[in-house]
Design a protein around this ligand. Structure first.
Ligand code: 7TS
Length: 409
């Protein structure tokens, strides 16, 4: 189990007050996690001790920067158990990963009559790129519905996966319902139908051990900033056989082998998909974040979140008028709870909670279709991570009850 007080000491921001003399209760890690000093120090160390561009200079600083930056790629590879570092494309975030996939793979492989299958519980990052590429290629976008319990409708999935389906792109864990999808089974179903399987790992990789070989997915995208790392960096994992066959996405320096004024040949993986100077400090920070999570142990991270989520579900059930979205049991969910509170708009709730130092997210959480299906425009979401305590969940509940009183509910 995690020693939460010891973990909290790693996060300098947890000593900062939300308002003068109001301690911060940070319950918004699903939007972006806080960063431990190990990550901040690694990024500062690059800028202060060996700042230089990578992959080009033959001097000590550039060689050191290249070695630490490329070392981070290998750390990411091992963290998700990818067979090779060449299959880890460093991108800006999960969103860029899906855009790369949709434009490059989709642009080259989709045609009228083909279908792309997603689910109704996707983040916009795994919806909009597919809408754009379907519009451009004439392919059709379909979606798997979810049940009233907030789990995927597996019967509908079996009907929707046909020989027309070219790719099934779905989230491993929902950022609103909290649902953990049966990724391995979903990948197997896609493959059985002759389709590729792409996984949105944005809410999965930070929270539990992920093994892309065990899942056998063809692609997976995730972001560093939700896993203790910096913003501006993330990864798209892809099987080499697909990545090698895909055309480049962005052109420029680093992604080429040879350029004439008429024509270019392209670099090997992973560089074929990495045009221009990369986010070097951020890549190094991501490597440090992987080291940090490994030092805690992903089994411990997962167990801690399950404990907090289970406590939160119980504590929130005492708040009058509150309805939790998604599965009822913590065992079926990730470390977040989104809810509605009768008579109160999520923005008003978030504002009142903020007065008490409690930071939550309110709105549609970049999942407008999912909210529409549930018949609500928005929700309030509390999300947990390695430093969350049961006292902080109690503070959330106290603050929600105060909000109800303020609005005379
Ligand atoms: N997929 C899922 C499941 C997500 O939760 C998010 C971000 C993304 C993709 C996109 O990640 P990005 O780093 O490329 O922006 N989700 C949230 C959220 O729930 N609140 O703020 C961002």
């Amino acid at each position: 189990m995690l020693d939460v007080q010891k973990v909290r000491a790693d996060f300098p921001i947890l000593n900062v007050d939300a308002h003068p003399n109001v301690p911060l209760v940070y319950l918004d890690s699903a939007a972006s996690s806080q960063k431990p000093s190990q990550v901040i120090d690694a990024m500062n160390g690059y800028y202060q001790e060996y700042n230089a561009n990578v992959h080009r200079g033959i001097h000590r600083l550039s060689e050191e920067a290249t070695s630490v930056y490329e070392g981070a790629r290998v750390k990411v590879q091992k963290f998700i158990n990818a067979p090779s570092h060449e299959e880890v494309i460093l991108v800006r975030n999960a969103t860029e990963g899906f855009n790369l996939l949709a434009y490059s793979w989709g642009g080259a492989n989709l045609k009228p009559g083909d279908e792309v299958l997603i689910t109704a519980m996707e983040h916009h990052a795994n919806i909009v790129p597919w809408q754009i590429v379907c519009e451009q290629t004439g392919a059709t976008l379909k979606h798997v519905p979810f049940t009233d319990e907030g789990t995927l409708d597996m019967d509908a999935l079996d009907e929707l996966l046909t020989e027309k389906t070219k790719i099934f792109s779905f989230t491993a864990a929902s950022n609103v319902l909290g649902t953990i999808n049966p990724t391995k089974e979903l990948v197997a179903k896609a493959h059985a139908a002759g389709a590729l399987a792409a996984v949105d790992g944005a809410q999965a990789v930070p929270h539990a051990a992920v093994d892309v070989q065990d899942w056998n997915c063809d692609f997976m995208a995730f972001s560093s900033h939700k896993m203790c790392g910096p913003t501006g960096i993330g990864a798209l994992y892809g099987k080499a056989e697909h990545l090698n066959a895909m055309p480049p996405w962005m052109g420029g320096g680093d992604m080429i082998r040879r350029v004439t004024l008429e024509k270019s040949t392209y670099n090997d993986l992973p560089y074929k998909f990495e045009a221009g100077t990369p986010a070097i400090a951020e890549g190094i920070g991501l490597g440090a974040a992987v080291d940090y999570l490994n030092s805690l142990g992903m089994e411990n991270v997962h167990a801690h979140e399950q404990k907090i989520t289970s406590y939160a579900l119980e504590a929130l059930s005492e708040v009058e008028g509150l309805t939790v979205l998604g599965p009822k049991s913590a065992a079926e969910r990730g470390g977040l709870v989104a809810f509605t509170l009768k008579g109160l708009h999520p923005h008003d709730i978030a504002q009142l909670l903020d007065e008490d130092g409690v930071a939550v997210r309110a709105g549609h959480h970049c999942a407008m279709p999912m909210h529409k299906i549930m018949g609500i425009g928005s929700s309030t979401r509390a999300s947990f991570y390695v430093h969350t305590t049961t006292d902080e969940v109690d503070a959330l509940v106290t603050s929600l009850n105060r909000a109800r009183k303020v609005f005379r509910l």
